[in-house]
Write a protein that binds this ligand. Structure first.
Ligand SMILES: NC(=O)c1ccc[n+]([C@@H]2O[C@H](COP(=O)([O-])OP(=O)(O)OC[C@H]3O[C@@H](n4cnc5c(N)ncnc54)[C@H](OP(=O)(O)O)[C@@H]3O)[C@@H](O)[C@H]2O)c1
Length: 294
């Protein structure tokens, strides 16, 4: 039995499509099974919230391998970024150890660091440490920026570029990443699930072939949608004041939180570029191949 968390997310959906075609049964820990779409009838459902320790115990029965993708870039009504990403991972790892799970695959992020300015990156770094020190054999998979044509931030970019003469960016957006398509991340994870050896030992770094600043990512994504708007660098203190005001007014409905905006300043570069993905049998696509030509 494979336990998958985050199955309704961008990577999770792409991975689930692959796993349900395999021989091993799959159980998904989800808050709302309807979010799994058609695949929900092909899997076992463990209904629960990551922030609820009871859900972990029930989900773990008879599990051989855990793929833990669920994460949140913002606080949720019942739990903070730190509780969902770090504390819940600790609880899931402990539950896996108690249940005698054979392998724990954790999806972190390139750029995760306990010293990061981003709360998400600090929480992910703590989670990585827990997974690395676990009694259960584990692999940390650290992708660069992940994108999919239906991504929330690409939809937001669509709306913003439709009504604004320029697309605002927090700071200069000079930090670089190697964006990787969600399907390519899923294909790499599927190879690990199929017991292909992890190319980096216990740490697999996943990157796409382009090395881009965030401003370049925005330009490429807009070009793929047939739009050209200049990217306007908003000085960080001004942007932070505006984002806090929007969060105060709109609450959880705010389009971008302060911490999400902080991610624009985090470099997400793999030490060996695309080589880990290739060792897992995946040639990651360039952004223009997925989103359309520049
Ligand atoms: N996106 C990126 O650029 C990026 C870059 C590097 C690494 N990563 C990591 O890659 C992994 C997959 O990313 P993704 O883009 O596929 O994420 P995503 O689309 O944001 O999906 C997140 C998933 O986590 C689930 N989740 C969130 N809070 C939960 C909770 N309290 N209880 C149970 N489930 C919860 C969501 O469930 P619902 O459907 O119920 O909301 C959703 O299925 C994550 O670990 C992420 O941190 C992402």
């Amino acid at each position: 039995m494979i336990l998958l968390t985050g199955a309704a997310g961008a990577v999770g959906r792409a991975l689930l499509r692959r796993l349900v075609d395999g021989d091993e049964p799959v159980r998904c820990l989800v808050r709302d099974p309807r979010r799994l779409g058609a695949e929900r009838v092909r899997v076992q459902i463990a209904l629960g919230d990551l922030a609820d320790p009871g859900a972990h115990r029930n989900a773990m029965r008879g599990v051989r391998l855990v793929v833990h993708l669920a994460a949140s870039m913002r606080d949720q009504p019942g739990a903070t970024i730190e509780e969902i990403n770090a504390v819940a991972t600790l609880r899931l790892v402990r539950a896996a150890e108690r249940a005698g799970v054979e392998r724990f695959v954790y999806c972190s992020c390139l750029g995760a660091s306990e010293h990061s300015t981003s709360r998400l990156m600090r929480a992910k770094a703590l989670a990585e440490r827990v997974v690395e020190q676990a009694a259960v054999p584990s692999v940390v998979v650290a992708p660069s920026m992940i994108y999919a044509p239906e991504n929330r931030w690409l939809r937001f970019l669509d709306r913003a570029s439709a009504v604004l003469p320029a697309v605002p960016l927090v700071g200069a957006g000079r930090a670089r990443s190697e964006p990787i398509f969600s399907d390519d991340v899923a294909a790499c994870l599927a190879a690990l699930v199929a017991d292909r050896p992890a190319p980096g030992g216990s740490r697999v770094e996943l990157a796409g072939p382009d090395v881009l600043t965030f401003a370049e990512v925005l330009e490429l994504a807009m070009a793929g949608r047939g739009r050209r708007r200049p990217v306007l660098a908003v000085p960080r203190p001004v942007a932070v004041a505006l984002l806090r005001a929007a969060e105060g007014l709109l609450g959880v409905g705010t389009p971008v939180t302060e911490d999400e905006a902080a991610l624009v300043g985090v470099s997400m570069l793999a030490r060996e570029g695309t080589s880990h993905a290739e060792a897992l049998g995946v040639r990651p696509l360039a952004m223009a191949e997925v989103l359309g030509p520049a």
